[in-house]
Design a protein around this ligand. Structure first.
Ligand SMILES: [Zn+2]
Length: 150
């Protein structure tokens, strides 16, 4: 007299899984079959475990992505060109400063070359240095000072 279960048949695993995701078979077999209900609840437990694991995994992934995004933003924010922040007037004085620095390096190297080629005494060296300073300083700083005058 147990015709009905045989007619409908137990749900397959696929059907039970489909039911878990609310896309299951339309028949009511699960409501009447204890065996299938047991299988279903076992599946639900497994799914809950998997969900817990995957959601924990998603947290890690989210954190990872967030960290990645933060570093990306940091990178894109970083290359703000410092000279673009300077007003044009300031930029000119920075350029003049750089030119003066380059000039000083040039003078220094010229002096080095000069002193290496000529064996000067300490007195001569001191005299030459003071002469060099007296000669070059007003010329080098004059245009720079003009820039800073309002
Ligand atoms: Zn069944």
């Amino acid at each position: 007299m147990q015709i009905e279960p045989k007619l409908s048949g137990h749900w397959t695993d696929d059907q039970l899984i489909a039911h878990l995701y609310s896309v299951g078979p339309g028949d009511e077999h699960i409501n009447f079959c204890g065996e299938c209900q047991a299988r279903l609840s076992a599946m639900q437990q497994r799914r809950a475990t998997i969900d817990r694991r995957s959601s924990a995994g998603e947290d890690v992934t989210f954190e990872f992505l967030a960290a990645q995004r933060r570093s990306t933003y940091a990178k894109t924010a970083a290359p703000v060109r410092w000279w673009s922040l300077l007003p044009a007037r300031r930029w000119v004085s920075v350029a003049a400063m750089a030119a003066l620095l380059a000039g000083s390096v040039f003078l220094y190297e010229a002096n080095e070359h000069h002193y290496r080629n000529q064996q000067l005494t300490d007195a001569q060296l001191a005299q030459e240095v003071s002469q060099m300073a007296a000669d070059s300083e007003p010329q080098a700083t004059a245009p720079l000072q003009a820039l800073f005058e309002e």
